[in-house]
Design a protein around this ligand. Structure first.
Ligand code: NAP
Length: 286
C-alpha cells in the first residue's frame, strides 16, 4: 500500500484523512495549526513539520485547504510541496480552486519532477465522514490510477475528467447551481412563513414534487430549527460563487442568477455569518 500524506485537517480534510488511516494506509499529516494533527495522531497517523517534509516522505500527498491562496501557499515556497516532491511522486489537490490556480500548481509540481492531479470533491462533512464523496479528478492519468485505492476509501465515485482545469470547472458548475438553489430556497421559505404557512407544510409540499432534493430537505429542517452548525462554511460557498462568476466573465458567458446569489452570500458574509453553515444565508433573507 502506498504511503500517503494529507495536508489540511479542516472539516473535510480531518474526516478524509481519518478514513485513510482507518483503511490501513500509512498516513503522514500536516496542518498549519499543528493542534489539529493530534486527533489524527491518536488514530495512528504520524505528523510532519511542513508540506515539504510530507511530500518528500510520501508516494502520494493529498491536500484539502480553504481557497486558491492557501492552495498556492502550501505548494510554493521553501517549505512547500514542490520543494519536497522529487521525481515521480504524486500531489493531489482536493481543495476547491479555479482552473488558473490549479494550472499554476500543476506547472510548479511538474517542473519539480512530480505528477499532479486536481481532485475537488462534491459532498459535505457527512459524506466526507462516510467516505461517499464524489471526487472530480483531472490531470495526470497515471497518478489517478495509482490513487484509485485511496479514492475508493474517500469517495463513492471518482470520474476522470481530462486535462487539469476540468475538475476545477466541474466543481464550480456544481457549487454555482447549489448556491443559486439555496438562495432561492431561502427566499421561498421566508415568503411562505411570512404569508402564514407553516414550515412543515412548505417542506412537505416541496418534498413531494418535481423540485424535491436532499439539500432542500436537510437544509430546510436546519433553517426551521435555526440550526446553523457548520458542515460547509458559508465563506467557502461565497468563494465558490465568486470563482464561478469569474469563470463566466472569462468565458464571456452572462450568469445573472449566479451573480445575484453571489451578492446574497456576500451580504451574509458582511453580516458576520462566514464561519456558520451555508444555511445561514436564510438569516439575511428573513
Ligand atoms: P475548513 O474547515 O475551513 O478548513 C480549511 C483548512 O485550510 C484548514 O486546515 C486550514 O488550516 C487550512 N488553511 C487555510 N488557509 C491556509 C493557509 N494559508 N496555509 C495553510 N493552510 C491553510 O474548510 P473545509 O470545509 O474543510 O473546506 C476545505 C476545502 O474543501 C475548501 O476549498 C472548500 O471549498 C472545499 N469543500 C468543502 C466542503 C464542505 O462541505 N465543508 C465540501 C466540498 C468542498 P488551519 O486549521 O491552520 O486554519
Amino acid at each position: 500500500m502506498a504511503t500517503v500524506g494529507f495536508l489540511g485537517l479542516g472539516i473535510m480534510g480531518k474526516a478524509m484523512a481519518a478514513n485513510l488511516v482507518n483503511a490501513g494506509f500509512d498516513v503522514t499529516v500536516w496542518n498549519r495549526n499543528p493542534e489539529k494533527c493530534k486527533e489524527l495522531e491518536a488514530l495512528g497517523a504520524r505528523s510532519a513539520a511542513s508540506p515539504k517534509e510530507v511530500a518528500a516522505h510520501c508516494d502520494i500527498t493529498f491536500a484539502m485547504v480553504s481557497d486558491p491562496e492557501a492552495a498556492l501557499d502550501i505548494c510554493q515556497g521553501e517549505n512547500g510541496v514542490a520543494a519536497g516532491i522529487g521525481e515521480g511522486r504524486g500531489y493531489i489537490d482536493m481543495s476547491t480552486v479555479d482552473d488558473a490556480t490549479s494550472q499554476t500548481i500543476a506547472e510548479t509540481i511538474t517542473q519539480a519532477g512530480g505528477r499532479f492531479l486536481e481532485a475537488p470533491v462534491s459532498g459535505t462533512k457527512k459524506p466526507a465522514e462516510d467516505g461517499t464523496l464524489i471526487i472530480l479528478a483531472a490531470g495526470d492519468k497515471s497518478l489517478y490510477d495509482d490513487a484509485t485505492p485511496a479514492f475508493d476509501v474517500m469517495g463513492k465515485m471518482a470520474p476522470f475528467l481530462g486535462e487539469v482545469g476540468q475538475g476545477a470547472n466541474m466543481k464550480l458548475v456544481v457549487n454555482m447551481m447549489m448556491g443559486g438553489m439555496l438562495s432561492i430556497f431561502s427566499e421561498g421559505m421566508a415568503l411562505g412563513l411570512k404569508s402564514g404557512l407553516t414550515g412543515d407544510q412548505i417542506l412537505d409540499v416541496v418534498s413531494a414534487g418535481a423540485i424535491a432534493n436532499p439539500m432542500f430537505a436537510g437544509k430546510g429542517a436546519m433553517m426551521l430549527a435555526e440550526n446553523y452548525s457548520t458542515s460547509f462554511p458559508l465563506k467557502h460557498m461565497q468563494k465558490d460563487m465568486r470563482l464561478a462568476v469569474s469563470l463566466g466573465d472569462k468565458l464571456d458567458l452572462p450568469l445573472p442568477t449566479a451573480a445575484t446569489a453571489n451578492e446574497s452570500f456576500k451580504q451574509a458574509l458582511k453580516a458576520g455569518f462566514g464561519d456558520e453553515d451555508i444555511t445561514a444565508i436564510y438569516k439575511v433573507v428573513k
